[in-house]
Write a protein that binds this ligand. Structure first.
Ligand code: ZN
Length: 179
């Protein structure tokens, strides 16, 4: 899981619009391509993002005339972005922390893709598989025995074992639930 980068999960085939595109045309593109968001791009450079929520909040609810609006009028700028080389786990944390479902992927100031929650769900089986493999490899390497202070009860033991990241004595090891 730690080795997987944004590049492995992102969507590369982007449908983008120009900042001057009319909002009705933009909404049609979203409908025709069955997508919930549209990247606004100028000369391969990311300008911002428009989501279906933006259409509701910035056009429908304020009762604006969409034929008079351009993409740039309802755009969300200053997006949180990721890069293709960022670890996927870090990008997922970014999405969670900032409460966003999509991260534009930018490389040397050029837009190269988008990472969505759907992309993550699609790659999730691979992620889980890799994680389980790594986990079982770690467990195989583990039956090392060392002596020292148990990190759970504080007693000295000459038979410390690793349990969920802690060195614990035999008694603590036996009485703890294994994750
Ligand atoms: Zn102990």
């Amino acid at each position: 899981m730690a080795d997987i980068t944004v590049r492995d999960a992102m969507t590369k085939d982007l449908i983008t619009v120009q900042p001057d595109e009319n909002v009705i045309e933009l909404a049609k593109k979203m409908r025709d391509n069955d997508i919930g968001s549209m990247i606004v791009c100028e000369d391969n450079k990311l300008v911002g993002l428009i989501t279906s929520e933006d259409l509701i909040k910035r056009v429908l609810i304020p009762n604006k005339d969409p034929s008079k609006l351009k993409a740039k009028d309802i755009i969300t700028r200053n997006l949180i972005t990721t890069s293709p080389d960022e670890y996927l786990v870090d990008a997922i944390n970014k999405m969670i922390e900032n409460n966003v479902k999509r991260l534009p992927v930018v490389n040397e100031s050029k837009l190269v893709g988008i990472l969505t929650d759907g992309d993550i769900l699609r790659i999730a089986p691979n992620l889980i598989e890799t994680w389980i493999e790594k986990r079982s490899r770690e467990e195989e390497e583990e039956p090392k025995v060392i002596s020292g202070i148990c990190e759970m009860c504080g007693n000295y033991s000459d038979n410390l074992r690793k349990l969920n990241g802690l060195w614990v004595c035999e008694e603590c090891y036996e009485s703890s639930p294994k994750i």
